[in-house]
Design a protein around this ligand. Sequence first.
Ligand SMILES: Nc1nc2c(ncn2[C@@H]2O[C@H](COP(=O)(O)OP(=O)(O)O)[C@@H](O)[C@H]2O)c(=O)[nH]1
Ligand SMILES: [Mg+2]
Ligand SMILES: [Zn+2]
Length: 305
Amino acid sequence: MKTNSKHLGLVTKKFNDFFLVDFKNQENSGNSEKFLCKVRKSINFKNQLIYVGDEVVIENIDLKSRRAVITNLEKRKNLLVRPSVANISNIYITFSVEEPELNLSQVNRFLISAESMGVEVSLVLTKCDLISDKKRTFLLDKFGKWGYQAITLNLEKSDFFNNLLAELKQKECSIFMGPSGVGKTTLLNMIIPGLKNSTAPVSNKIKRGKNTTRNVELFSISNQSYIVDTPGFNMQPLEVDIRLLPNLYSEIYKQVIDEEIKCKFRNCLHLNDEGCNLNKSFERYSFYKEMIESSKSHYYQNQED
Ligand SMILES: Nc1nc2c(ncn2[C@@H]2O[C@H](COP(=O)(O)OP(=O)(O)O)[C@@H](O)[C@H]2O)c(=O)[nH]1
Ligand SMILES: [Mg+2]
Ligand SMILES: [Zn+2]
């Protein structure tokens, strides 16, 4: 029962030489629709690897045994490293408000690193059952000034979670990123019932040396909407090119675009530059300055190459 037609597919899992591929642009694409594929031998896609999240063309489709062959790799929009996932549309930076306590500088680094991917970035604050409503309002206000309408989750109140779930079902491919212990696995287990990834109290995580060796996998949560499961990964923010930094802070690019502020030099880094007209009285300015200064030596080294 083989067909000669070609079909666009989405790689949802990868192991050794095999790939699990979903039909793209198909109603009811769910886990039962997956095809087990290998790459056609004569093809090496200009030595590019195929990652989870990649769009591929599949042929020799056998509907009965659910086997097919990958014959082409489509151009990818982006590629996340560690874990390697292609074509992410949404990054949800996830932090707990307590246990572990919020570290604003770390939240900022994760946000800016995600922004540098050029995808939609959101902020999720977990464990809001551990703080007062007053504190929650304070945090919403703070992150609002950073340019983010934070999603605050409280395990005892499901309405916020339900809103988040509805939102995820409108997105193409979302991933939760953040430090260890903030509740990412707990959240994934709620979004994908039956997943049963193991969660662990914060204190046990530090001791736990063994890693779950399961691979990165995309789970379908609605028609053509996926969520990335990244078992065993604790994601760290990436290094960002400092020339991009001014464009990644809403407090800065809003001044440049909306208020049309002009600095003397077009590539002004808004530090102590001569003729800088940026209004620097916003909370994240010190984090911005820190990020520039910590990568500056690296930047100038590269300029000399
Ligand atoms: N109080 C409270 N604890 C939570 C919440 N979400 C997760 N936890 C706990 O936080 C710990 C770490 O959660 P886990 O999902 O493993 O975090 P991960 O490292 O980000 O995957 C576990 O003991 C969870 O039970 C929450 O909303 N409120
Ligand atoms: Mg986890
Ligand atoms: Zn400037």
